[in-house]
Design a protein around this ligand. Structure first.
Ligand SMILES: Nc1ccn([C@@H]2O[C@H](COP(=O)(O)OP(=O)(O)OP(=O)(O)O)[C@@H](O)[C@H]2O)c(=O)n1
Ligand SMILES: C[C@](O)(CO)[C@H](O)COP(=O)(O)O
Length: 251
């Protein structure tokens, strides 16, 4: 009889190092209370409850780590190993997380703190995909037609309308074997051009610096929105309340 393979240690990394300029509040948007809890607490709670997640690392805007430590203690989120200050950019925050994880191989799920509607089904799909792939992206088919624009003589004009059937909206978690994402970041940091053209997500770093590593796609959810603008706080509040009413389950 085949021996069942041991599952690698799996770490959820909650990236909350941003300041939330586009939401425009005096405190970072991840601390805003919606549906009875700060945004970041909803996110931590989902990872803490996920059976596949062994531990959680939280990165928070410098100056606000104490507030998150209090949230973690009050909520009793036992899987949270540390709350550390983030960096100046999202990629710097990821790099800090990767350094904090040390050298021991594990699987990591890098997730935006401001996507509190991530659910157990998405996390399960990510962890299952990591058994076969070293890099995994959560993505969702775009319901809108997307255009590429360019500057014309009279302002912005349409340059191209790519085939919508191949376009996806990128969500998080983005998931990796630790050694793979670490190598991609080491190569990026050694490239003087990286600072001029930083990546907006972690899969982008792998695609650019380890192009031979295939990035598998697993389906996300229409609800797994990113709180980016003020209206997203209201939408997320409504969706979180709906989730509470519906209870756990696939959506
Ligand atoms: N230095 C940074 C910047 C962003 N993030 C995180 O990356 C996620 C997605 O980023 P975004 O929505 O752009 O957040 P902000 O950078 O805070 O927003 P803005 O760009 O409007 O300032 C958020 O959870 C944010 O906290 C981070 O960990 N460290
Ligand atoms: C990682 C991400 O959420 C995928 O959609 C997105 O790229 C973050 O971008 P932002 O510029 O930090 O909002």
């Amino acid at each position: 009889m085949a021996t069942p393979q041991a599952r690698p240690r799996t770490v959820g990394v909650v990236l909350g190092g941003g300041v939330g300029r586009r939401v425009g509040m005096s405190t970072p948007k991840q601390l805003v209370e919606i549906a009875g809890k700060p945004v970041i607490e909803h996110t931590i709670a989902v990872f803490d409850a996920a059976p596949e997640i062994d531990e959680i690392l939280v990165l928070m805007t410098p100056g606000y780590t104490d507030e998150v430590e209090k949230i973690v203690a009050r909520g009793g989120y036992a899987k949270v190993r540390a709350v550390l200050p983030g960096g100046e950019s999202r990629t710097e925050t990821t790099w800090r997380a990767l350094r904090a994880l040390g050298e021991d191989e594990c699987d990591v799920l890098l997730h935006d703190a401001v996507r509190p509607l991530v659910d157990q089904a998405i996390i399960s799909r990510c962890v299952a995909a990591l058994r076969e792939h070293a890099a995994v992206m959560v993505a969702f088919a775009t319901p809108d037609t997307i255009v590429v624009t360019e500057e014309g003589a009279h302002g912005e004009v349409v340059h191209d309308i790519p085939d919508r059937s191949r376009l996806r909206r990128v969500q998080t978690p983005q998931c990796f074997r630790l050694s793979v994402i670490r190598e991609a970041y080491e190569r990026a940091l050694a490239d003087p051009g990286f600072a001029d053209r930083p990546a907006t997500d972690d899969c982008g770093v792998v695609l650019r610096y380890l192009p031979d590593v295939p990035i598998a796609i697993v389906p996300g959810s229409e609800r797994n929105i990113k709180i980016t603008h003020p209206v997203d706080l209201a939408v997320a509040e409504t969706l979180l309340r709906l989730r509470e009413e519906e209870g756990p389950g696939e959506r």
